[in-house]
Ligand binder design. Structure first.
Ligand SMILES: Nc1ncnc2c1ncn2[C@@H]1O[C@H](COP(=O)(O)OP(=O)(O)OP(=O)(O)O)[C@@H](O)[C@H]1O
Ligand SMILES: [Mg+2]
Length: 290
């Protein structure tokens, strides 16, 4: 395998997406949070889900995490139509979600956090086995954690994120969803988390990365799916798209500000040209300029 693991069109057509959403809609009373959303995630692919505040990213994640049911649309996992009525159902299916607040227990150590609610017991807790597995998991992720026996409270932001991601892997998921994993991190810690995301991809997992940081998106994602006002507004392969194009899709500038500006400029040019031909009144300023 080469270092470039971006999924090519050929690979995509010969493989099945692990997760596929079709026509997903969700309303909260009068608010239509999502309308007719389509999204596909392939094994070994990092898909960045981007969009402005209120675009519907978290709502989409919550549907996949079993927090909210969708009003309409189909979710296919591994080729099967599925419903995700609860967080437990989502995990069982093989979807692991790391929410932005991480939901770690600060006063517990790394091992206890990793195995919280899934403790290995043989009558009593098998601390030794859990510690061994913790190290093995962290090693697989090339994670830098000084000790698995220190309280999570004393870890850095990046290390905490690492623990939260490692915990999500204990159920052996096929798809991992990360909500703003680098939002609160410094430069070095961000780099570590991006490395970690690459490890997930190498393991063949499908990764959905929610981020407002386009540098992170362009550094690690294979594809970027844009939501705007609860609708799909672009799906790009990262190598083919510029920063400006992503921003335009997020803000709707393509059908708004930018095109309006362009139209205004065109109108002015026409006005000036028209004035020239008429040798008329309005364009005196323009003529002086030349
Ligand atoms: N539980 C809820 N009840 C009512 N409205 C909601 C609920 N959850 C989300 N919404 C609305 O749905 C829309 C989409 O919100 P969502 O949280 O999915 O956006 P987002 O893309 O995650 O934004 P952000 O980047 O700010 O996190 C917003 O208008 C929001 O107010
Ligand atoms: Mg959100």
């Amino acid at each position: 395998m080469t270092m470039e693991s971006a999924v090519t069109d050929q690979e995509r057509s010969s493989r099945e997406p692990v997760l596929s959403l079709r026509g997903i809609s969700k309303g909260f009373g009068a608010v239509q949070a999502l309308t007719d959303i389509h999204l596909e995630v392939y094994p070994g692919e990092v898909v960045a889900l981007v969009g402005d505040n209120g675009a519907g990213k978290s709502t989409l994640v919550k549907i996949l995490a079993g927090v909210h049911p969708q009003d309409a649309g189909t979710i296919t996992f591994d080729g099967q139509d599925v419903s995700i009525p609860s967080p437990a159902a989502s995990r069982q299916l093989g979807i692991a979600t790391v929410f932005q607040d991480l939901a770690l227990c600060d006063n517990l150590d790394v091992v206890s956090n990793l195995f919280l609610g899934r403790e290995i017991t043989h009558g009593t807790l098998d601390e030794e086995e859990m510690e061994k597995r913790s190290w093995s998991l962290l090693r697989q992720l090339s994670a830098r954690i000084p000790s698995v026996r220190i309280a999570v409270a004393s870890l850095s932001g990046g290390q905490r994120q690492t623990v939260a991601i490692a915990r999500s892997l204990i159920g052996e998921p096929r798809v991992v969803i990360l909500d703003e994993p680098t939002a609160a991190l410094g430069v070095a810690q961000t780099a570590e988390v991006l490395n970690l995301i690459e490890r997930l991809r190498e393991r063949g997992l499908g990764v959905i990365l929610i981020s407002h940081n386009m540098a992170d998106v362009q550094a690690v994602a294979d594809r970027v799916a844009v939501l705007r006002l609860g609708r799909n507004n672009g799906d790009f392969r990262v190598p083919d798209v510029s920063y400006e194009e992503i921003i335009s899709a997020i803000t709707g500038a393509t059908d708004n500000v930018v095109s309006q500006r362009a139209e205004r400029i065109e109108e002015r040019v026409e006005l000036i040209e028209h004035g020239d031909h008429a040798a008329g009144t309005e364009s005196t300023e323009g003529k002086q300029d030349r």
